[in-house]
Design a protein around this ligand. Structure first.
Ligand SMILES: [Zn+2]
Length: 433
C-alpha cells in the first residue's frame, strides 16, 4: 500500500507532498510522493492530509471503559475504593470483554495504535482476546492485589502470581509480537512485599516481559507506603525490584531528589497523565525535570473514569499547557517534545524498538488525519496543529502492524455499533450518584 500526504515521520521530520510505502507489517519507504509513486507504481494508493506515526497510549485502563462518568469530582482514594474498584470487582467476564472492546475501539478510532494497558484482577483473558481481535498493539497485563483491597479483587499472593504466569505463557509475544505481557501490580499500597518481589521474578523468568504499575500519584499513597515500609515509594519499589529499563511507572508526581536519581540511574520509564492528574487533583508531574535527567517520559490518558476521554490529541495539548502554567514559562514543553512523548517515547516504554516513527524497516503503525477543518485553517505548523488543535475525530485512517483497522469512520476488525450497543445495555454493578 502507498499512503500519500504530508508525512510527519517523527518529531523532527516533515515531508510535504510525501508518501509512506507499506509491505506486510513493515514500512519499506518514506519520502517524496512522486519518486515513490514511480518506484512503486502498482501499489494500492490512499491519500490523507497528514500521515503520522500511530500514537502510543503510555498508560490506560481499557477495562474501566464502562465507568466513564461514575465518579467525577472525587478524591483519588475515594474515587478508587468507593467507585472504580467496586466496579471492577463486579464485572463478570462478559462485562470485562465489553469494556475492553469499547476501550480499544475508542483508542483505534482516535489514532492510538499501541497501548500500555493496566487490566483488572480477574478475566484478563477477555482483554487479551479483544486486543488480539480488534488489532491494537499492546503491552498489557492482569492486575495483582493481595492486601488492602476490596472483596472481589483481593487475591491470595501465590494465586495472583500463578495466574500471571499462566497468562504470560498463553499471551506473551503472540499475534506476531503485537501482544506483549506486562506484570501489573496495582500499586505498592495494595501489594505485599512478597507479591512485588514475585512480580520481578516473573518478569526476569520470561524474555521480553515487562513490569507496569502506578507510583507516587498521590500524597496519601506515598505516606501509606512510607508508614508501612519506612521508605519513600520509589526507594521501596527499587528495593523490591520494581525499577529498571523494563519498568514503566505511571504518574511519579510526588518524588523527591533522591527518588528522581533512582529513576534516572535505573532507566525506569515514567508515564505522564496530565488530564487524570488534573481531574483527580493529584498534582503536576515534574516531567521536564525528568526529561533533563534523561528519564524517558511517555504520555497516557489513564482510564475513562478519570479523564474522561481516551483522545490522545487532547492529552498532548494538556501535557504542554499544564507544564507551561506550572513553570509560568510559555516556552517549556514545546509541541515537538510532546509529540515525541506521545509516539516514540511511549513505544520505548512499551518495549517496541521499531515503533513510534515512520521510517523504513519499522513497523507499519500509521494514522491518517484530515486537516480540512476550520480549526486547521490556515495550517502554519503541523506539530502545532497536532498538539494544540487536533482531535481524535480528525483521524480517518488507522493502520496497526500493516493492517487497516479503522477507515472512513468504520472499524474494520469488528462491529463498532454492536460494541457500543452491548456497552449501553450492560448492567454495570455500580452506577453514578
Ligand atoms: Zn491508572
Amino acid at each position: 500500500m502507498l499512503l500519500q500526504g504530508t508525512v510527519v515521520a517523527d518529531a523532527e521530520t516533515v515531508v510535504e507532498d510525501g508518501a509512506v510505502v507499506v509491505e506486510g507489517n513493515e514500512i519499506v519507504a518514506v519520502g517524496d510522493r512522486e519518486e515513490l509513486v514511480e518506484t512503486y507504481p502498482d501499489r494500492e494508493r490512499k491519500e490523507y492530509d497528514l500521515l503520522a506515526p500511530g500514537v502510543v497510549g503510555g498508560h490506560v485502563h481499557s477495562v474501566q471503559s464502562l465507568g466513564r462518568g461514575i465518579a467525577d469530582d472525587t478524591s483519588l482514594l475515594d474515587w478508587l475504593f468507593d467507585y472504580v474498584l467496586p466496579m471492577e470487582a463486579g464485572l463478570d467476564a462478559e462485562g470485562m470483554r465489553i469494556a475492553a472492546e469499547l476501550g480499544y475501539l475508542e483508542l483505534l478510532e482516535s489514532g492510538v495504535t499501541t497501548a500500555i494497558d493496566h487490566l483488572s484482577v480477574r478475566h484478563a483473558d477477555e482483554a487479551f482476546e479483544a486486543a488480539g481481535e480488534l488489532g491494537v498493539r499492546a503491552r498489557m497485563g492482569k492486575v495483582l492485589m493481595d492486601t488492602e483491597s476490596p472483596d472481589g479483587l483481593l487475591e491470595d499472593t501465590q494465586a495472583g502470581l500463578d495466574e500471571t504466569e499462566r497468562l504470560i505463557r498463553e499471551y506473551h509475544d503472540t499475534r506476531g509480537g503485537r501482544i506483549q505481557y506486562a506484570v501489573t501490580p496495582r500499586f505498592a499500597v495494595s501489594c505485599t512485599e512478597e507479591c512485588l518481589r514475585g512480580c520481578r521474578e516473573l518478569a526476569d523468568a520470561y524474555d521480553g516481559v515487562r513490569i507496569h504499575t502506578h507510583a507516587s500519584e498521590n500524597r496519601d499513597e506515598v505516606a501509606t507506603v512510607e508508614e508501612r515500609t519506612g521508605r519513600r515509594n520509589i526507594h521501596w519499589l527499587d528495593e523490591v525490584g520494581l525499577t529498571g529499563e523494563d519498568v514503566v511507572l505511571a504518574h511519579c508526581i510526588w518524588t523527591d531528589e533522591s527518588e528522581r536519581e533512582v529513576l534516572a540511574e535505573t532507566g525506569t520509564h515514567v508515564t505522564y497523565c496530565p488530564s487524570s492528574n488534573m481531574k483527580l487533583a493529584s498534582g503536576i508531574a515534574p516531567v521536564m525535570d525528568y526529561a533533563e535527567r534523561g528519564i524517558n517520559v511517555a504520555l497516557g490518558n489513564d482510564g475513562p473514569p478519570c479523564n474522561n476521554t481516551l483522545d490522545p490529541f487532547t492529552e498532548m495539548r494538556q501535557a504542554s499547557l499544564l507544564q507551561k502554567v506550572e513553570h509560568l514559562d510559555p516556552t517549556t514543553t514545546p509541541a515537538e517534545l510532546v509529540f515525541e512523548m506521545a509516539t516514540r517515547n511511549g513505544a520505548k516504554a512499551a518495549g517496541f524498538e521499531d515503533v513510534g516513527r515512520l521510517r523504513p524497516g519499522w513497523k507499519a503503525d500509521v494514522v491518517g488525519l484530515t486537516t480540512d477543518l476550520t480549526r486547521a485553517t490556515p495550517l502554519h505548523d503541523v506539530f502545532s496543529h497536532l498538539v494544540f488543535s487536533a482531535h481524535g475525530d480528525d483521524v480517518e485512517f488507522t493502520m496497526v502492524d500493516g493492517n487497516v483497522v479503522y477507515e472512513d469512520g468504520e472499524l474494520r476488525t469488528g462491529d463498532a455499533d454492536a460494541i457500543r450497543r452491548r456497552a449501553r445495555e450492560y448492567d454495570l454493578p455500580i452506577a453514578a450518584d
